[in-house]
Design a protein around this ligand. Structure first.
Ligand SMILES: C[S@@+](CC[C@H](N)C(=O)[O-])C[C@H]1O[C@@H](n2cnc3c(N)ncnc32)[C@H](O)[C@@H]1O
Length: 156
């Protein structure tokens, strides 16, 4: 099952980008043995500046039709890390056509994206900048691979 991140905005060379690349390459290595592939980021740049509805249309265009979609939104559901890993494994085991995570822009997600989403996932009630949300998400994806592999990375 392909795992991917769809994100509004470009992350220029920065410490955040290095962290995202590092977590995704470590997740890709771990994912090989457990039926998880991809671990890539597709960046969406709404050049027409049509706001969150325009961004939602571009995010949905990049989403494979049969893939499960998790939209990151502070108003969503909170999960602990083993619970998150369980969701990933459950989708893989049910043969989902991919698992994609969508990170919105400055105004959050448009209605069409929220309606298509299978899950709204929150990292707490506080709002984080999109680049930190990207770092936190990719760390949790990497952590999920470690929980599923039974390594000591996730200690609790
Ligand atoms: C700067 S935030 C935009 C917040 C926007 N005001 C809203 O109402 O959604 C950019 C993106 O980062 C992600 N994000 C920020 N804080 C988050 C949180 N606590 N939980 C989950 N995702 C978050 C979301 O995908 C959000 O669309």
């Amino acid at each position: 099952m392909r795992v991917g991140v769809l994100a509004v905005g470009r992350l220029r060379a920065s410490s955040e980008r290095s962290l995202v690349e590092d977590y995704l390459s470590r997740a890709a290595k771990a994912g090989r043995g457990m039926g998880l592939t991809g671990f890539d980021v597709t960046e969406i740049d709404d050049r027409k500046g049509s706001g969150r509805d325009g961004e939602a249309a571009l995010l949905l265009k990049a989403l494979p039709e049969s893939a499960a979609l998790v939209a990151l939104d502070e108003r969503g559901r909170t999960l602990d890390s083993p619970g998150f890993a369980g969701e990933v494994a459950g989708l893989r085991d049910r043969g989902a056509g991919g698992l994609f995570f969508a990170i919105g822009g400055a105004d959050g997600h448009g209605a069409a994206l929220l309606e298509r989403a299978d899950l709204l996932l929150s990292f707490g009630a506080m709002v984080w900048p999109h680049m930190l949300a990207r770092v936190m998400l990719t760390e949790q994806i990497y952590r999920a691979t470690q929980i599923l592999a039974g390594t000591p990375y996730h200690r609790v």
